[in-house]
Write a protein that binds this ligand. Structure first.
Ligand code: GLY
Ligand code: MN
Ligand code: MN
Length: 487
């Protein structure tokens, strides 16, 4: 439906995303390119995602828009192109020309005027008109998106269409500038990310209240997915839910097809729930860890409080100008201090830092930029190098914090056999590891505490709203309306 102030929403009770969010993103991009001296006659050309089918079948996957295109245009259908003239900031959308049969199987074919009203682009034409429109504009040159994602190593593929060889193209300038625009969130993007976070936070609390021994891990995954979809209209989650209990909580990316959240929860287990909803492409990424039976043992409490102290120390220190690798080190030092107090480690903190002892307990990075992608782009722009050190080399962001970034703070302590077994046999670690105590903790899994945090002008703001103190968690769990375990 056309709307005076076009919005995306799933209807009553869900968030209405104003399309002005994307118009503002386009304005920011054009302004940034002009500031880089790009010719006013240059035209940004982006190609949206295509509908895909499973393997060799005709079974269509549920379409999800490519993130750069989503940021720029907020279009929910496949097969679109979009253009922005750098000088004027004027924008065009190009919709696929659908066959008449489409209306039989998929519903009425939207006239272009309807797309124009839905997406608030200045003009909407058909994709087959793209070469002619670009020729009228001059488009000198066409700026295309080509660049490498620093987490996956995969390349963004530049837009292409039949006849593109008639236009001069520049595949260099656009990617780093568009990435920088995505790194700094606008007010409208922050509001949306905060809302998705609230929906996910509420779902985490609901799961926390329902957990009990006898359920399987996937029952909690199902509850989380149900809550965010039923209450928030979040049809996608930002990544596969990691719902590991007992030793599975130490498997960093548990929940994949080969380990499908299928263990039965036992009295005495810890449960690690790393789950986040997504809405209009915007992600959340939250981890809560707590005991299945609602009461921490003294050992679980010691490990949990080490991780919580690291999480809090980082959030207190975060502000513009602070280097993210220094925050990783701060989390590591805090964890080491607690593990010394807990009797697992001995020796000087700085000697352990130099020997990379923290890596044995937290092999992953402290956190990553988050936005349209859960691991958002922009962690290592040109000139920012990745540390080769154990632990730090897994950090997805190597830069200094800036106001408007949203980044996860997700320290953890895990007892991972694949790391501890060789470490306990390695004389290098002998001065630091209290072997019999470390062995006692093996098999107990791990703890991660993950918040999504906005960097503000003066510090930080936590968008995640879940119980974090041990006492608070135990209180919330005690109030839970626990359903009987499924047989
Ligand atoms: N859920 C994936 C991550 O925490 O990065
Ligand atoms: Mn996570
Ligand atoms: Mn994360």
């Amino acid at each position: 439906m056309a709307h005076a102030h076009p919005q995306f929403s799933l209807g009553p009770g869900t968030y209405a995303v104003p399309m002005s969010l994307h118009a503002d993103n386009r304005r920011r991009l054009a302004e940034r390119l002009r500031g880089r001296g790009v010719a006013p006659g240059a035209v940004v050309l982006l190609q949206g995602g295509e509908q895909r089918c499973e393997y060799d079948t005709d079974r269509e996957e549920l379409f999800k828009q490519e993130s750069f295109f989503q940021w720029t245009f907020g279009v929910k259908e496949p097969g679109f192109f979009g253009a922005i003239e750098v000088g004027s900031g004027r924008s065009w959308l190009f919709a696929p020309r659908l066959p008449a049969e489409w209306a039989v199987w998929m519903g009425a074919i939207r006239p272009l005027a309807e797309f124009q009203a839905m997406y608030a682009a200045d003009e909407v034409r058909h994709v087959d008109e793209l070469p002619a429109v670009l020729a009228t504009l001059g488009a000198r040159p066409l700026l295309r998106l080509r660049g490498r994602n620093t987490d996956s190593g995969s390349w963004a593929q530049p837009a292409t269409f039949e006849g593109i060889d008639k236009f001069p193209t520049d595949d260099e300038i656009l990617y780093p500038e568009l990435v920088e625009c995505r790194v700094i969130k606008s007010e409208a993007e922050i509001e949306l990310l905060a809302w998705v976070n609230e929906v996910s936070s509420a779902a985490h609390i609901e799961v926390m209240k329902r957990i009990r021994p006898g359920l399987s891990e996937y029952h909690l995954e199902a509850d989380f997915l149900h809550e965010v979809y039923r209450k928030g209209g979040c049809r996608f989650s930002a990544y596969t839910c990691i719902c590991g209990c007992g030793p599975n909580s130490a498997t960093l990316h548990y929940g994949h097809a080969g380990a499908p959240n299928d263990r039965v929860l036992r009295d005495g287990d810890l449960f690690l729930n790393d789950s986040g909803a997504e809405y209009h492409g915007y992600a959340s990424d939250i981890t809560c860890t707590y005991p299945v039976n609602g009461r921490f043992t003294p050992e679980q409490r010691m490990v949990y409080e080490a991780v919580l102290a690291a999480n809090r120390a980082v959030q207190s220190a975060m502000k513009p100008g602070v280097a993210w690798p220094d925050m990783h080190r701060l989390a590591e030092r805090t964890i080491l201090q607690h593990l010394v107090r807990g009797g697992l480690l001995r020796g000087e903190i700085e000697a352990m830092m130099a020997a990379r002892v923290p890596y044995l307990f937290m092999p992953h990075g402290l956190g990553h930029l988050m936005g349209l992608d859960v691991h958002d782009c922009g962690g290592y722009p040109a000139g920012v190098e990745r540390s080769p050190e154990l632990g730090l080399k897994s950090l997805r962001c190597g830069r200094a914090l800036e106001a408007g970034m949203v980044i996860t703070v997700e320290p953890g302590v895990y007892f991972i056999d694949a790391l501890l077994e060789p470490a306990l046999a390695d004389p290098k670690y002998e001065p630091f590891l209290v072997a019999d105590v470390v062995r006692r903790f093996r098999g107990q899994g791990g703890v991660r505490i993950e918040d999504d945090v906005l960097v503000t002008k003066t510090g930080s703001r936590n968008l995640t709203k879940v119980p974090r103190d041990v006492d608070e968690i135990e209180r919330v769990m005690a109030t839970g309306q626990r359903e009987p375990a499924l047989a």
